[in-house]
Write a protein that binds this ligand. Structure first.
Ligand code: ASC
Length: 128
């Protein structure tokens, strides 16, 4: 368990940072900013699917104070927040499956859905 709110904040931010790096690289490949490498993309998607399981644990009660962009609304709308986190994990898992295949349109669609999960939560629960 976390020893302080700061520890919990650091934990979830670390996970989000790793997710953002994977996501940024996949985005660059899909946008043609770098060459699409199916193996690298699939590995990154796997990484996101695994990492997506981590941040929820770091949103402990009282951790809206400190070095965080998380809004107190999270803890006032816990069921919605948990459900969005769950959708994110599901979308990331689907992306990892799509990325093992060769259907680029399916990969793109799964990537967009996962990105919508990111954005949906940020729009509602992250400081601007
Ligand atoms: C990213 C990133 C986000 C999401 C979001 C998706 O690469 O850092 O927060 O994608 O922009 O809409």
């Amino acid at each position: 368990n976390f020893e302080s709110a700061d520890d919990a904040i650091h934990y979830r931010q670390s996970a989000f940072g790793l997710i953002a790096y994977q996501f940024g690289d996949m985005s660059a490949m899909l946008k043609g900013k770098k060459e699409f490498n199916a193996d690298v993309f699939a590995q990154r998607a796997e990484n996101v699917a695994a990492l997506a399981k981590l941040p929820a644990e770091g949103f402990i009660a009282g951790s809206d104070k400190g070095n965080t962009e998380a809004l107190a609304k999270i803890w006032e709308n816990q069921a919605d927040f948990d459900s969005r986190m769950g959708e994110f994990r599901e979308n990331a898992a689907k992306l990892a499956i799509a990325a093992k295949g060769t259907d680029k349109d399916a990969i793109k669609a799964a990537f967009m859905n996962t990105g919508k999960s990111c954005k949906g939560c940020h729009d509602n629960y992250k400081k601007d």
